[in-house]
Design a protein around this ligand. Structure first.
Ligand SMILES: Cc1ncc(C[n+]2csc(CCOP(=O)(O)OP(=O)(O)O)c2C)c(N)n1
Ligand code: SF4
Length: 284
């Protein structure tokens, strides 16, 4: 490999943070795809705001730091304008299941061709330990010292219900599997949603809990929506249960960005082609 894909920026993640594994997995998949001939300049990484987002500083590919919760609108714009790019979103669970939740649902509904990697440490890391939409019931954190009184969201179930065409879950300590799922997400034509369970070493260290419960699904028919629905509901992100890892659901359906693809006639300028597309959209 001719480039290291890691920048010289000083890494400020806490020792033991799950973000390291996601960075390593993403870097490995990108390196493999570059080796196979995918142009490095065609990767774009969009991150939100939070500890996870610093991955944009550390990975040496084109990247864009969006504002909190807004990875998807930025990534959507990039993909619509440049459909040949491989656009990856890295978001935090606070970032995209709280502030950015509506964008997540719309990306799934539209089936825009993005790879969505959620660094789900189930806590606000950067702002030092408040609860998020996936913190378990009775979670005690900085903003809820007496414990939460809300049940968590089940993001893969929400994504299935919203129309995502690939829904998967991985875990940072199952690195080979995490890499395989990220690669599958990049190759999937459509919205690939990957909920990655990671620990926050400083504010919510779930290592033992996950290690005891995770298992990888086998002989699962990922084209069967109802089977996927049952699988994602085995664990509700709160009560004790085995935690399935794998691709729960996958289907190939029309992709949102393809509907806006501009095909230029010989000699036609970009502006003219965009005008034609817009006129077609408004029915002229
Ligand atoms: C619009 C806006 N709202 C709130 C914040 C404050 N803020 C910064 S990071 C963050 C939470 C980050 O948590 P998460 O998305 O779970 O990412 P992590 O740090 O755990 O990777 C919040 C609330 C902000 N920067 N901008
Ligand atoms: S606060 Fe948590 S999420 Fe943030 S770098 Fe430290 S361990 Fe990682």
């Amino acid at each position: 490999m001719s480039r290291s894909l890691i920048t010289e920026a000083r890494n400020t993640w806490c020792p033991g943070c799950g973000n390291f594994a996601i960075e390593h997995a993403l870097k490995t998949v990108i390196a493999a795809r570059i080796e196979e001939g995918f142009p490095p300049e065609k990767f774009v990484l969009v991150t939100g705001i939070g500890c996870h987002a610093k991955i944009a500083d550390y990975l040496d590919i084109n990247s864009f730091y969006a504002i909190h919760g807004r990875t998807i609108p930025v990534a959507t714009g990039i993909k619509l304008a440049n459909p040949d790019l491989c656009v990856i979103c890295c978001a935090g669970d606070g970032d995209c299941y709280a502030e950015g939740l509506d964008h997540l649902i719309f990306a799934a509904k539209r089936n825009i061709d993005l790879t969505m990697i959620v660094h789900n440490n189930r806590v606000y890391g950067l702002t030092t330990g408040q609860y998020t939409p996936t913190s378990p019931l009775h979670f005690k954190g900085r903003s809820t010292p007496g414990g939460t009184e809300e049940k968590p969201l089940n993001p893969p179930a929400l994504m299935l219900a919203s129309g995502a065409t690939m829904v998967a879950r991985a875990y940072t300590r199952k690195l080979d599997h995490l890499q395989a799922v990220i690669r599958e997400g990049m190759e999937h034509p459509g919205f690939a949603f990957i909920d990655v369970l990671q620990i926050c070493a400083s504010f919510f260290n779930m290592t033992d809990y996950y290690n005891e419960r995770v298992y990888t699904i086998k002989e699962h028919d990922s084209s069967d929506f109802w089977r996927a629905w049952q699988k994602v509901r085995e664990w509700d992100y709160s009560a004790d249960a085995p935690i399935a890892l794998g691709t729960f659901y996958k289907s190939v359906e029309p992709v949102f960005n393809d509907k806006f693809r501009i095909t230029r006639q010989p000699g036609e300028g970009r502006e003219q082609a965009v005008r034609k597309l817009l006129e077609r959209r408004i029915g002229r």
